[in-house]
Design a protein around this ligand. Sequence first.
Ligand code: ADP
Ligand code: MG
Length: 361
Amino acid sequence: MSYYIGLMSGTSLDGIDLALIEQGGTTRLAATHYMSMPEELRQEMLALCTPGPNELARSAIAEQQWVQLTAAGISVLLEKSQIAPEKIRAVGSHGQTIRHEPALGFTIQIGNPALLAELTGLTVISDFRRRDIAAGGQGAPLVPAFHEAIFASSERKRVILNVGGFSNLTLLSPDSPVRGFDCGPGNVLLDSWIQKHQGKRYDDNGSWAASGKVQNALLQLMLSDDFFSRQGPKSTGRELFNSSWLQQKLSVLPECQSQDIQATLLELTARSIVDSIATESIDDLFVCGGGAHNLALIRRLQALLPSCKVSTTQKMGIDPDWVEAMAFAWLAHCCLEGIPANRPSVTGARGLRVLGAIYPA
Ligand SMILES: Nc1ncnc2c1ncn2[C@@H]1O[C@H](COP(=O)(O)OP(=O)(O)O)[C@@H](O)[C@H]1O
Ligand SMILES: [Mg+2]
């Protein structure tokens, strides 16, 4: 039995998820801790997602703050778990994505793993995505192998849908290779719209969206973006779906109520997911990520997929808030064991690769 810690600091920039797993023949979630992102750091990370002055030095400073915070979080996690630090085999740290441009041959996750190893005294594994890109892949999504390991069924065709800042899904069919891709904006546009109009970080339960009316012309205009009609492998980020993208779509249509825009953005999230699996007959769809708490979204997914059972990964015994962090703990395990964890059928890479760089304790 080995213990690993997984760290996920997603594109939503809501905070850092820390999960401690026990890895034997199966994977068990042993302890969790969540830290919300301090506002100043959040603003800086967000600013670093777009070109700006002195970015190299600024990102090197921001990542040190991120590591200080994370190292403190790891102490709390260990305390909560009652597991001695010597028992932790490694920390799998995704880092914070500030650029994702696979077509240009790069993706950048910051999070100074050397400093994290120094501050925690633990072995840190990071830089999971670049090897896949070096092998011609998208570098994303990387969670499908983990989804396959814990959620696959020999009888049922399943989709594991992660709705974070962006949404990505994993298609698990009995007897065929796993597939997966990014579907488009998950929460990122919903969050930025409600932030702008109501000063809230997110639309709790999707209630504000549910109070509005979907604007069809706007929905069709948004769905006409090339990204949605492209087949996988594909991945995306704030480089494409950001407030300028939304503003540009809004500028060509008559003005409408702000809650109607929120309703339309929620429908965009739902449709971008459902349209990408329209030709598949899915038995179960399990949602994870923060979007699993968006009741209005879950309802729309169920309405658009009447013959499929829509629920969250909780139904499979795994809290939807921790699936991604667990995945990065598991990816650390794969790295140390020399197990390839990318899936060429997902990322488009030339072949299987062992992912991650090791910073020994
Ligand atoms: N109760 C809730 N109702 C609706 N949306 C929620 C709720 N809780 C979290 N979310 C959404 O989930 C997002 C965080 O999801 P997360 O999986 O952490 O994304 P990321 O991996 O990008 O950080 C929040 O920004 C918010 O949009
Ligand atoms: Mg998050």
